[in-house]
Design a protein around this ligand. Structure first.
Ligand code: ZN
Length: 436
């Protein structure tokens, strides 16, 4: 059995033409060459495999043989990951915004006070830096929401993110969601659509009349023929269920475009009978659900002085019902979440510990589930899939999901787009080198 045979471990990936040639292409947005054979690594089930790629698509997965363009003995290779719900325009702003740790409303107030003077250039710069973090950790597919900003030129942040999306097009799949506010005029939405946003979004749960706002946003999605991704029920409690109106409206209108409900925090606090009813409605409407553990663990439950609930929907029940579920980090070191590593395996760790998912489901939520919810074809080490991979230095999938080290090799569309090498030496290094 191929997976059982003893293979040499290499601290660094071996690229036939050397990393210096590749390094020269980094530093600005340049397009690395296509790889054809990626060899010597293990797959999630422990088998050793070589992968052949033609024009960014996997054409063969074979037992390990001779070294190819990129040789990865001792590395475990998975599909590259997806961040289904980021806020790049806010990312890495925590230290710039004056505020204390707090709940959702605290974060919104702090953010709006800061954002009124924020420039498009700042959004572009911080977002680009955040993208680099995601890419280095193996996330090559990102859906980011982009605020309609307060102040002059409300689409200045949107324009900055669209420019970034287009500049990195060959390195990452980036989708930009227009995050409307209740008072965003239809003319601003039309302008954003003309600029090229991919998806429409909004926050009905923050409005005095969530039903009216849900309908308005569905009207806009129908008018412009775009998918819809709504911040939905980002509060605890069975009395917060605007998702039911969303399901009703999607079914009544027979919407063909994909509709996603992000957060769905209240789905974690329902009694089983009510939960089953709502899940049946979500399934009938064909909604995708996005869970964002780290941010909703941070924001929610602060008004409970004891027995604090978790801000995570009932993931197992959703998956058992056959609903498409994706998971990600949401905010990244900003007023809504001062923590975060832009790392899919930070999310898998939380899905297991706080969301009580099993290994396979946690991995799927940051890989295949994300691609499905975003309406993209599958990626990973399977024939016919897009050649998006992350390779990690680890002995097993469980070690990866727990949060592996930073050493990663990342491939997108068959191109080597990132590699991180860690040179760790400690007084106990002899233990690390000893085979288990
Ligand atoms: Zn969000």
């Amino acid at each position: 059995m191929a997976g059982a045979r003893r293979r040499s471990r290499s601290p660094n990936p071996v690229l036939r033409h050397g990393f210096d040639a590749i390094r020269d292409t980094f530093g600005s947005v340049m397009i690395p060459e296509l790889l054809h054979r990626i060899t010597g690594m293990s797959l999630a089930d422990g088998t050793a495999a070589d992968i052949t790629v033609e024009n960014g698509i996997v054409t063969a997965v074979d037992p390990a043989g001779a070294p190819g363009d990129l040789h990865l003995p001792g590395w475990l290779l998975l599909s590259a990951a997806t961040e289904p719900h980021a806020h790049l325009d806010k990312a890495l702003s925590w230290s710039r915004v004056q505020q204390a740790y707090g709940d959702l409303q605290t974060a919104i107030d702090s953010w709006l006070a800061y954002a009124v003077t924020m420039t498009g250039k700042e959004v572009y710069t911080r977002s680009g830096r955040a993208l680099e973090h995601y890419l280095a950790h193996g996330i090559t597919t990102i859906r980011t929401h982009a605020d309609v900003l307060p102040g002059e030129e409300p689409l200045r942040g949107v324009a900055a993110l669209l420019r970034l999306r287009d500049e990195v097009r060959d390195l990452m799949d980036v989708q930009v969601v227009l995050l409307t506010r209740e008072d965003s005029p239809d003319s601003v939405v039309a302008d954003a659509v003309a600029l090229g946003v991919d998806v429409l979004g909004g926050c009905p749960h923050l409005c005095p009349d969530p039903t009216a706002e849900t309908r308005r946003l569905l009207d806009l999605a129908e008018r412009f023929g775009l998918p819809l991704d709504l911040h939905t029920d980002e509060q605890l409690g069975a009395d917060v269920l605007s998702i039911r109106e969303l399901c009703r409206q999607v079914r009544a209108r027979g919407l063909q475009q994909r509709v996603t409900a992000s957060h769905c925090v209240s789905l974690g606090s329902l009694e089983p009978e009510l939960l089953a009813e709502v899940i049946a409605e979500v399934r009938a409407a064909g909604l995708g659900i996005v869970s964002l553990p780290i941010t909703n663990l941070y924001l929610q439950g602060r008004d409970h002085s004891w027995s604090r609930p978790r801000g995570i929907p009932a993931l197992r029940a959703l998956l058992d019902a056959g609903i498409d579920v994706a998971a990600g980090g949401d905010n990244l070191r900003d007023p809504f979440n001062p923590m975060g590593r832009a790392d899919p395996f930070e999310t898998t760790s939380l899905l297991v510990t706080a969301g009580h998912l099993d290994e396979a489901s946690a991995l799927a939520a940051v890989t295949a589930g994300g691609r499905t919810v975003l309406g993209l074809p599958p990626s990973g080490p399977a024939v016919g899939s897009v050649a998006n991979f992350v390779a990690v230095r680890a002995d097993s999938l469980a070690d990866v999901l727990a949060g592996p080290g930073d050493a990663r090799v990342v491939i997108h569309g068959g191109r080597l787009v990132s590699r991180t090498v860690v040179d760790r030496k400690t007084a106990l290094s002899a233990f690390a080198a000893r085979p288990l």
